[in-house]
Design a protein around this ligand. Structure first.
Ligand code: LMR
Length: 395
């Protein structure tokens, strides 16, 4: 049987984790996979999460099944978090818990393929390395819309909007809700307004990947685009992740949200989504969901989580500013100032794959081959070394 198979391509982000772990140099720096790191270089269990886990351990009475859509309190709390006071019509919304942002993307892509087999999903150029495989493995086609301007390191908004304006009701547009991965370049609120208007004009289906809510400029600011679009369009999909903002990476906790044209259509569409889940993994695991429910439903744990989230966000912004100013001082140029303007975990430095390889071999600095850095991985005391290394690599 297996002789029919050829080797599948590896994942460049996860492969880098293995390479970094195998590197024995004590000076190595990991700017690769998107996990938050604190001043000690540790990806911590958040204190609000630990307290929630203690409560769960003390109070949990059963481990019986929860149902296909998962933890209902989690679903309601995530909807409150994502939608806020935006006035989105909740009767047309349904939510199902899923294993991580990736699991949410997966079940929603399966849903798209049931509604429109082989539909084209338009992704930003560039996009997260796993978007294409999830779409292709779901039977969908992938196309791109212009997004990142390599010269200015900002969003090519006019070109993006012109491309979105050419889409039809047959198409799906995958948007990064905030904190664009891999570029770090994001839409302004005015640009989100224009994207929403374009989607209303064309009828293309917006599909928002919301994996970094709270990592950019704050929960409210980061949710702006998602709320705007969900308030404007008849149908939409959102893949929410709790991996980064709750630091629950290995718990695999996320949620798939759908907006349909009417409550009845929402029920029918949701029945297909639940059917997909049942036929894939039956029901999601509970632990991560119960942690998030416990935190979001309790005023004091929620305040503690929001403070911890703000601390992570502010640390990443401070590291961005430190790196940009160290480079400015050394080079007398503003060429890397974009690092301070970008938001979220990543910035695309614009180095060649050879320069990235050289940084790894010579300096022990790891980043993905497209020159994406995870700013949270920058050790503060090494900012000067990194500035020197990046400048040398850019020459
Ligand atoms: C990343 O982009 O590094 C993260 O989202 C982790 C992953 O699964 O790729």
């Amino acid at each position: 049987m297996f002789e029919t198979l050829t080797k599948a391509p590896g994942d460049k982000i996860l492969a880098l984790m293995g390479e970094y772990a195998a590197d024995t140099r004590s000076s190595k720096v990991d700017l690769g996979v998107g996990v938050y790191k604190d001043e000690q270089g540790v990806t911590p269990v958040m204190s609000s999460v630990r307290k929630a886990e203690e409560r769960i351990l003390a109070n949990e009475k059963t481990k019986t099944y929860l149902g296909i859509a998962g933890n209902k309190g989690f679903g309601a709390a995530v909807l409150d978090l994502v939608l806020g006071n935006s006035g989105v019509n909740r009767s047309r919304i349904r939510i199902a818990q899923a294993p991580g942002g990736t699991g949410s993307l997966w079940i929603l892509m399966q849903l798209i393929n049931r509604a429109r087999p082989g539909a084209a999903v338009y992704v930003s150029d560039p996009t997260w390395a796993n978007h294409n495989p999830i779409a292709i493995n779901s039977g969908l086609k992938v196309a791109t819309y212009p997004y990142f301007d390599a010269a200015t390191r900002a969003v090519k908004f006019d070109a993006m909007l012109a491309a979105l304006d050419r889409l039809t009701t047959e198409d799906v547009v995958l948007l990064h809700g905030c904190c664009h991965n891999p570029t770090g370049a994001n839409l302004t609120h005015e640009q989100w307004d224009k994207v929403a208007q374009s989607l209303v004009r064309t009828g293309a289906l917006p599909f928002i990947d919301l994996a970094y809510l709270g990592f950019g400029d704050g929960i409210e600011a980061d949710a702006y685009g998602t709320r705007k679009i969900l308030s404007a369009v008849p149908e939409a999909l959102v893949a929410f992740s709790g991996s980064k903002n709750f630091g629950l990476y290995r718990e695999r906790i996320g949620a798939a949200i759908l907006l349909a044209r009417s409550p009845d259509e929402a029920d029918v569409t949701n029945s297909q989504l639940l059917n997909i889940i049942r036929g894939a993994y039956s029901q999601p695991p509970d632990h991560g969901a119960e942690i998030i429910r416990t935190i979001l439903e309790d005023a004091s744990l929620r305040a503690e989580w929001e403070a911890e989230l703000a601390q992570m966000r502010n640390r990443m912004i401070a590291l961005r500013e430190k790196l940009a100013s160290a480079i400015r001082e050394r080079s007398n140029s503003t060429d890397f100032d974009f690092v301070a303007e970008h938001r979220g975990m990543f910035s695309l430095l614009g180095l060649t794959p050879e320069a990235v390889e050289h940084l790894k071999a010579e300096n022990g600095v790891y980043m993905t081959s497209d020159s994406r850095i995870n700013v949270a991985g920058i050790p503060e005391e090494r900012v000067g070394d990194l500035a020197d290394a990046f400048l040398a690599a850019a020459r």
